[in-house]
Structures are given as C-alpha cells and as structure tokens.
Design a protein around this ligand. Structure first.
Ligand code: RM4
Ligand code: MN
Ligand code: MN
Length: 426
C-alpha cells in the first residue's frame, strides 16, 4: 500500500491551525532569548535517520517471538514499509541493509523502488555472528578474531562481498559489529584475538572504495559473557586508527554497561574526528533495543547536546550516519519506529535550543548551578510544535502515530500480506 499526498493534506487540515498558534507562541518566547526557530525547524526537517532492514518485523528473545501480522516477507516489502514511515514523518529517508538477510535479487528494480519512496541506501552491515547454510567454516568461536586462518579469511571475504553489494546500491559505508569474544576465562588469548581482529579489519579496509567509510561497533557483552574482543569505544577507536583515515568508531546507545556516560564518549570521539555512525535505541539493562527515549530521555538530550556541539565545532569529524537499531517485541514495529523518530527529533530540537554561549560562560565561571539551570530549562521546553512544524513543512503529517492509526495501515498490511508472514532478521 502507498499513502497518497492528498491523504496527508486531508489529515493535516484539522490540526494545522492549532499548530500554527503553538509555533507562534513558542517562536515569540524563544525570540526574546535570541533563539530563532526558523533555522531550527530547517535543521529538523533535514535530519534523516536510516531504518535497518531487520527492524520491520517482530523481534524476538531466546524465549519466543510473537508475530504482528502483515510483516514484510521480502526486501521489496521492507522498503515499502520504510516508504510508509517516510511518507508520514519525512525523516526516514534511508535504509540500512543487513547481509545476507537482505541481498537484493534485482539491483535495478530495488534501486528504483527505493527511489520511488525517496529512500537512499545507507551503511551496509555484515553478519559474521551466524553461520550461513553451506558455509565451509563456522563462527561458533569467532570470526575476524578466530584462531583459525580459514575462518578469518571467510569472514574477511564476506565483508568484502558486503561492500560489493553496497556499491551496487550507492551505499558509502560498511558497519562491522562482531559477536566475537569468550564465555569462560582462559578460552581466549586476549592479545592474539585483538591482533587477529586488527589484521582482519586491515584486510577489509584495503578493499574499501576511496569514498567509503568503515564503521566499527563495540559492545561489552552478549552473545559472549566473559569477554568481548571489541568491548568498548577505546578498543574500537584503537582498531579504527590501526586501519586508517576512513575507519571510524560507531556508538550504539545500547552497547554500554549501565550508567556509562555515553555523552562523554561522544564528545571524545568527535574531538578526535573519529565518530562515524550512531545507532539509536534505549535500554534499561543493556542492549535491550527499546524505543528511543522511552527509558532515559534526559540522557538522550545530553547526548544530543554533545552531538550538536561536535557538529558545530569538530569540522574534522565527518557527517554522521544515523540509524535506529531497535527490536520490537510487543509493539507494532512501524509504530515503534515512528515513536523513535519522534524522540530523536525532540532531543535534537532541545539540544539545538541550548544557549551555548551562556553555558560556556557559566562553565568558565564554575557556576555549576547555572550550568544545570541552562540545561534543564531547555530540556523542559516543550519543543514538540517545532518537530511537528518541520514535518508539516516537508510534506509529512503533524501527528504520525495518530495518522498511522487513522489510516488503518497495519490492518491493510495484514489484508495484503496475511497474518503469518515473517520478516528476516533477529
Ligand atoms: C548488534 C549490533 C548491530 C546490529 C545487530 C543486529 O547488537 O547492534 O548493529 O547489526 O545487533
Ligand atoms: Mn548496532
Ligand atoms: Mn545492538
């Protein structure tokens, strides 16, 4: 199914007058403080976040998986689903493919389809955490870090294949997330595992096209529980530096131990010009892959504060690849993604409102109370009208969850695809 522009226009009619009043009110308030909402609304409208091809179906845990009905069972249908989200929000104009879950059969047709939805291909993701049917070597004991040269070579080859697939689609980056690690003390020689990983990444890097980037994710645990080869941002940065200028760290919000100061990690990586990508989600315990901003919205705001500062001040850091990396166990995936996009834009808008000059001065004067006042007053400003206005101006709907339900999208997808279709992914 596709949403027609007229449906969007019709939907917006009833609430656009109210929105105008809200935007006017907020703009006047902010104007007095020297903050101009026009430029902020423009930035919000331009902000695009990639949707991963594995997040459009029901996610599961090792205990079970509960289907939604109407799940996309092909890459084409996944792109159509992102098309729906993008049509409503105008902020999901990219897809991130996971290989081999989503290898296109007909590249031209896939490119055309994505193009018809105004969707581009963002980073491609390799997968060396599962064994594929007919694979010669097994990743049970690791991939790029494996003690066996043959396993490492197979994993390197796979990453190169993924780059080739991405090239055909117009992607410009590859994200490597390794499940490699050990479950028990003594299982790994830590130095050898790290050394093997560095050398394997260097081999992949050698095959990276001139205008591509290599993103290296880190994660402290899971699926291995004693040690992880790329356990933290420092290890990821070290490996990226060991590869070269086109290799970067990637921060996934869920890949930290509880209470980690993620905003400080962001600041450090951006200062070094080495933050390449960003995966959004939220969590209570670990890599819970929950809806962005659903558990720790203030932390998200503080992270965005550093991202905004970095985007302004660290010209040595490239434009970031933004992606939602979530899993949907109990919510409709499309609704969950829409909520995530909204939370991202709200946090971004709040961060854009921070009076950086005043904050700098308060920091300079060691006025700790004032620093907190500046941040928290901004955080408590209701910026939702700005986000809605940005969507309206770019042709989306004012309230996407409401519109999604009013247009009865899930039921139409169920009618088209049935109740038992299953999407590839986790
Ligand atoms: C990992 C990691 C990767 C994603 C997989 C599916 O935890 O976050 O980015 O590709 O999950
Ligand atoms: Mn991730
Ligand atoms: Mn993850």
């Amino acid at each position: 199914m596709r949403i027609e522009q007229q449906q969007i226009v019709d939907y917006n009619i009833s609430s656009s007058k109210d929105l105008l009043k809200q935007v006017d009110f907020l703009s006047n308030q902010l104007d007095k403080k020297g903050i101009h909402t026009k430029a902020i609304i423009r930035k919000l409208a331009d902000f695009q976040v990639a949707i991963p091809s594995w997040a459009l179906g029901a996610g599961g845990t090792r205990f079970g998986r509960f289907s939604y009905g109407g799940e996309p069972s092909s890459l084409e249908q996944k792109i159509d689903d992102i098309g729906l989200i993008h049509k409503l929000t105008q902020s999901a104009g990219a897809i991130s493919l996971h290989i081999p879950w989503d290898i296109p059969k007909d590249y031209n047709a896939i490119k055309e389809l994505a193009n018809s939805h105004n969707i581009i291909f963002d980073a491609v993701n390799s997968n060396t955490f599962q064994d594929q049917p007919n694979a010669k070597e097994s990743y049970k004991f690791g991939s790029l870090s494996n003690v066996s040269n043959a396993v490492r070579e197979q994993a390197i080859e796979h990453n190169i294949d993924v780059i080739n697939i991405g090239e055909k689609l117009g992607s410009k980056s590859i994200t490597v997330w390794l499940a490699d690690g050990s479950n028990f003390p003594g299982q790994h020689n830590f130095q050898l595992a790290l050394q093997n990983t560095q050398e394997s990444l260097q081999k992949i890097y050698k095959d990276l096209p001139e205008d591509w980037k290599l993103f290296i994710e880190y994660k402290p645990y899971e699926p291995n529980f004693y040690s992880t080869v790329i356990r933290d941002w420092g290890t990821s940065l070290m490996l990226a530096e060991g590869c070269g200028d086109k290799a970067y760290s990637l921060v996934d919000l869920g890949h930290h131990l509880p209470n980690t100061n993620i905003e400080q990690i962001v600041a450090t990586l951006m200062m070094k010009g080495k933050l390449g990508g960003f995966h959004f989600n939220d969590s209570k315990y670990g890599d819970d892959d929950l809806t962005v901003g659903s558990i720790k919205p203030y932390a998200l705001f503080l992270i965005f504060n550093e991202l905004v500062y970095g985007m302004e001040n660290n010209k040595n850091n490239p434009d970031l690849s933004w992606m939602i990396d979530a899993s949907h166990n109990v919510k409709d995936p499309l609704e969950d993604l829409i909520q995530s996009l909204d939370a991202i834009l709200i946090a971004y808008a709040q961060a854009l409102l921070i009076d950086q000059k005043a904050l700098r001065q308060a920091q300079q004067e060691n006025d700790v109370t004032k620093c907190q006042e500046i941040l928290q007053n901004t955080y408590r400003t209701d910026v939702r009208p700005l986000v809605k206005q940005a969507r309206l101006l770019s042709g989306g709907v004012i309230d996407p969850i409401n519109a999604y339900r009013k247009l009865d999208i899930r039921n139409q997808l169920i009618k088209e695809r049935g109740t038992s279709s299953v999407a590839t992914g986790l």
